[in-house]
Ligand binder design. Structure first.
Ligand SMILES: [Mg+2]
Length: 237
């Protein structure tokens, strides 16, 4: 009997390994560094908000990832201090960003087992946004590289992007499944493209990645963690 599914896509950050927590740590450092240079009416929450605004503003130009985040921190620092932020603080922000580009990869529970479980019978593709070099570094350090048939580092995860990827690495979106921690990037556009979207919550998520789950769709699935993936794939496939 032939299977329905041919291709399984995995998101990388906060699906296979920790990522968002390094952004949180760096953002705390950002707030700490700017505390003495920011006017009193800009409290910690307002500072977070201004940084998020800058990130959103810059996504279209910088794309996702650490480099864009670092530039947005610097931009926000200049903005909230009205140009008075000392160069020493800018230097520390650059260093904080560089540290993010070398943080150690720590796999999430069941990540390796989940990819291994489907790797022999399906075409397995890593689909991720972010800085190309950094995503390649993290994949190499994760030790999971050999399990994937293909790696796609994309600038945005849209239905069209998924259609293209699933056509190239399989038999179209209808016969593909994507698992990830972002409802907005890993699940909704895949379901929209005609594929199966599997939401794997991580608990810590960047505000930009929120979206309403496509509850109405029979191609929408949710599992507590990656230990449930192989069984779900078997059930659909
Ligand atoms: Mg992710």
């Amino acid at each position: 009997m032939s299977r329905i599914l041919t291709t399984i896509g995995f998101d990388a950050d906060d699906t296979l390994w920790h990522n968002e927590r390094f952004f949180r740590v760096t953002q705390d450092r950002f707030a700490e560094l700017l505390m003495d240079h920011t006017p009193d009416h800009i409290g910690p929450d307002a500072l977070d908000r201004k940084l998020l605004d800058a990130e959103k503003r810059n996504l279209g130009a910088y794309g996702y990832g650490v480099k864009g985040f670092t530039l947005s921190m610097i931009e926000t620092a200049i903005e909230v201090t009205e140009g008075r932020v000392p160069a020493s603080v800018i230097q520390e922000l650059l260093e904080a960003g560089q540290m993010m580009l070398s943080f150690p990869i720590e796999l999430l529970p069941h990540a390796r087992a989940a990819v291994e479980a489907v790797a022999s019978e399906y075409t397995v593709v890593l689909i991720t946004k972010g800085d190309l070099l950094d995503q390649e570094r993290k994949l190499a350090q994760s030790g999971l590289g050999d399990l994937f048939d293909a790696v796609e580092v994309v600038s945005e995860k849209t239905p069209q992007v998924y259609l293209d990827i699933f056509n190239r690495h399989g038999a179209g979106a209808e016969r593909s499944l994507m698992a990830g921690n972002s409802m907005r990037s890993d699940v909704v556009p895949v379901v929209e493209a005609g594929g199966h979207g599997v939401y794997v919550p991580h608990g810590m998520i960047w505000e930009v990645e929120h979206a309403e789950p496509p509850q109405h769709s029979p191609r929408y699935h949710e599992i507590d963690d990656l230990s449930g993936l192989a069984e779900l794939v078997e059930r659909i496939g």
